[in-house]
Ligand binder design. Structure first.
Ligand SMILES: [Zn+2]
Length: 255
């Protein structure tokens, strides 16, 4: 399995428009972060988790040429706003693109991208999707592979993370119920969000994320959904435990 970090930034991306913050001014490419997403390939499968406003650029840069599915974590714009840009995949693959998400998320997308979901008098240039509702404690399959949704809390909102084999991707987590920890047992690579050092009402801080990683005990952990307020990549990375890495855009890892 290969995991390609398409974007590792928080909702505004880094640099933030108009910001004079030193991290926004950094020339280190690892300090430039598009909105959060990963592209995962294994066997014959090619999927992304989330599809934010930078999706088009991410597909071009990563040279992703086929999209079998999108798994959505939740409906916030930094995770969904790029949905229209699945058009080239839809046209080339000549079939509706499967999208997976919580019922609430699918309903939200139907409102915001009504033209995509239209069944009558649909504009010919619009893409098509096939929706699959993700339910907590209900595994589903892509190809022949089992996918386990993991229920986490993003402030008051329920967000899904996903486990694929020994890989777990969790973003926009502030807390996780004890009942979900069973689903994390034996994970080799854990991706989890860490916004900044200071605490936040709906996101793990750096310390929250490190405490969580300590509980889960993966072989390796990668931090994502990072704000410019975290600081410079180079400096933060040096302070992290040996098996914890600050992810950065275009990082590729193999499991
Ligand atoms: Zn987010």
């Amino acid at each position: 399995m290969q995991v390609y970090f398409l974007g590792t930034g928080t909702s505004q991306g880094i640099p933030v428009i108009g910001s004079n913050h030193p991290v926004c001014k950094s020339t280190d490419l690892k300090d430039k972060r598009l909105r959060v997403s990963v592209w995962i390939t294994w066997d014959d499968n090619s999927i992304v988790i989330d599809c934010g406003p930078d999706f088009r650029q991410q597909m071009l840069t990563s040279e992703c040429h086929r999209l079998d599915a999108i798994l959505f974590t939740h409906e916030h714009a930094d995770h969904t706003a790029g949905l229209d840009d699945i058009r080239p995949f839809f046209f080339r693959q000549k079939k509706d693109i499967p999208i997976y998400g919580h019922k609430r998320v699918l309903e939200n997308l139907k409102t915001r991208f009504d033209y995509i979901f239209k069944t009558e008098n649909k504009y010919p240039g619009a893409p098509g999707v096939e929706t699959f509702e993700v339910k907590n404690n209900q595994e589903f399959t892509i190809g022949n592979t089992k996918i386990t949704p993991i229920n986490v809390n993003h402030g008051n909102l329920t967000v899904f993370g996903y486990r694929i084999q020994d890989f777990v991707y969790l973003t926009d987590v502030k807390s996780i119920d004890d009942s979900e920890f069973e689903k994390l047992r034996g994970v080799k690579v854990l991706v989890v969000n860490a916004l900044r050092e200071e605490s936040h009402h709906s996101h793990f801080s750096l310390q929250d994320a490190l405490d969580f990683i300590h509980l889960v005990q993966p072989e390796r952990a990668y931090l994502t959904h990072i704000s410019h307020l975290m600081g410079f990549h180079e400096e933060i990375q040096q302070r992290l435990p040996a098996n914890v890495y600050l992810a950065y855009d275009n990082l590729k890892i193999t499991l």
